[in-house]
Design a protein around this ligand. Sequence first.
Ligand code: AMP
Length: 213
Amino acid sequence: MNIILIAPPAAGKGTQARRISSKYNLKHISTGDLLRNLNDKEINKLLANGQFVSDNFITNLLENYLKTLPKDMGFVIDGFPRNIAQAKAYEEMLKRLDKNLGIVIVLDIDKQVALERIVNRRVCPSCGAVFNDSFPDTKAKTKGICDNCGHELVKRADDNKETYENRYQTYLKATAPVIDYFKDIVYHVDSSINADYTFKQIEKIIGGVYDKH
Ligand code: AMP
């Protein structure tokens, strides 16, 4: 089972990808985390401004990562493909690696609701977990500390109003068309209420698609 998550920034992609990965035993691949983990000055600058890295760079990084997975390991990808060129490159990559496209789940959310989430979003720089004090279901048990690994939580450099506008416009222009490109395998969920409700809808979709096999 392979899943692509597509959503506007701060819609809850990372949180849902982690829940999916843990319940269905899939590898969670966040292209944002892969890039952050490189700790490269130039790349960090692009990320902080909400700008994309080049299609070639991210595509190669992902392909090299996928090659390290065991043959039968399913995965949930959060953050890729982010434009049509990446979607096409992804199809080619999967053919080369003899892996399935699987399904695409789109997290739908209003721009204003997502923007409000960004203000209190905190991430764990060590394990990548995401928390938000504004919501009971995503709040860290101890404020400022990661539930999973105990590391201190930080605010992402790109989680501010100015960068958000840029990231959201890029989403509409470049990423939203990918939904139409994959329309035959796309499922939508409402991600505007809370993480638990979003995950319930995802479980229904996965159950419906994969229980048939
Ligand atoms: P995310 O953690 O998914 O919000 O990604 C954080 C940032 O990493 C994005 O704003 C981009 O700057 C960069 N990034 C992540 N995935 C991609 C991608 N597929 N293509 C280009 N840039 C990406």
